[in-house]
Design a protein around this ligand. Structure first.
Ligand code: CP
Ligand code: NVA
Length: 302
């Protein structure tokens, strides 16, 4: 048996593996629509540890593994001994001795790394303060379905240089596209990660400039989970970066726009774009299911 693999950031995959995973996600979607879904994860059990809220991540992982013949166990951080201070290393040893894979959504990225170090089964990052790689799998799948290969295209990130932005930066490194990040001062993504992207990612302060010729615009909430107290100040600084029709009209013709959800209508994205008949945001959300099925197959069939 090959060595177990984790998925803590997109960089845990090679470019070829990421492309294969996107292809498999699209294949699994077609099989589901055809009613011929494989039972490829029959008997497999996924533990899902959440210390932050979730709708899409929780539902898509649980539905996904169930549809492929396996099952999932929901563990709220508060209700396990982790919430009472049991060391992550100890919990990792114990939980991983009983299940086939573990998905974790939490605050510090280092907590997921510590868990993975002491886990005997694959660990999946379901979002940390620093990265949200599962989201970008679904976003890439959506782009590939609608526009083909993203290599050589231009993607524009609007707003806070947050965890989702960081995962887009990793995607730019792996799939060779241009990522222009438009954010105000003080809301830049991690500097070390930006440097690691080299020419693939850069900051452009003016949103009207940043969106020029972009094939995809992406945004996210202004205050991520854990930053609720900063909501007001963030709204003031990030207001000019709102994804709206006026900005979209300055992007390349036929440009797509995405949002990982949950969204705040008329804050980081206008309600008319959310509700537009040609929005792909709902397809993007559904693709969380298909992309994560492909990811679980990949990790559990190593
Ligand atoms: N996009 C996303 O991860 O949604 P949830 O927070 O609902 O899981
Ligand atoms: N950046 C957001 C994404 C939510 C899916 C957060 O971390 O809260």
């Amino acid at each position: 048996m090959a060595e177990k693999r984790h998925f803590l950031t997109l960089m845990d995959l090679s470019s070829a593996e990421l492309r294969d995973l996107i292809d498999r996600a699209t294949e699994l979607k077609a099989l589901r629509y055809a009613g011929t879904e494989p039972q490829s994860l029959s008997g497999k059990l996924l533990a899902m540890i959440f210390t932050k809220a979730s709708t899409r991540t929780r539902v898509s992982f649980e539905a996904g593994i169930t549809q492929l013949g396996g099952s999932a166990l929901f563990l709220s951080g508060q209700d396990t001994q982790l919430g009472r201070g049991e060391p992550i290393e100890d919990a990792a040893r114990v939980i991983s001795s009983m299940v086939d894979a573990v998905m974790i959504r939490t605050y510090a990225h280092s907590d997921v790394e510590r868990f993975a170090t002491h886990s005997t089964v694959p660990v999946i990052n379901g979002l940390t303060d620093d990265f949200h790689p599962c989201q970008i799998l679904a976003d890439l799948q959506t782009f590939f379905e609608l526009r083909g290969d993203i290599s050589g295209r231009k993607v524009c990130w609007l707003g806070d240089g947050n965890n989702v932005c960081h995962s887009w930066m990793n995607a730019a490194r792996l799939l060779d596209f241009e990522l222009v990040i438009s954010c105000p001062e003080g809301y830049e993504p991690d500097n070390t990660l930006l440097a690691a992207c080299g020419p693939k990612a850069r900051i452009e302060r003016a949103p009207e400039q940043a969106v020029q010729d972009a094939h995809l615009l992406v945004t996210d909430v202004w205050a991520s989970m854990g930053q609720e107290a900063e909501q007001q100040a963030r709204a003031t600084s990030l207001g000019p970066y709102q994804l709206n029709r006026q900005l979209l009209d300055q992007a390349a013709s036929g440009a797509l726009y995405m949002h990982c959800l949950p969204a705040y209508r008329d804050e980081e994205i206008t309600a008319d774009l959310m509700d537009s008949p040609d929005t792909v945001i709902w397809q993007e959300a559904e693709n969380r299911l298909h992309a994560q099925k492909a990811l679980m197959e990949f990790l559990l069939h190593q």
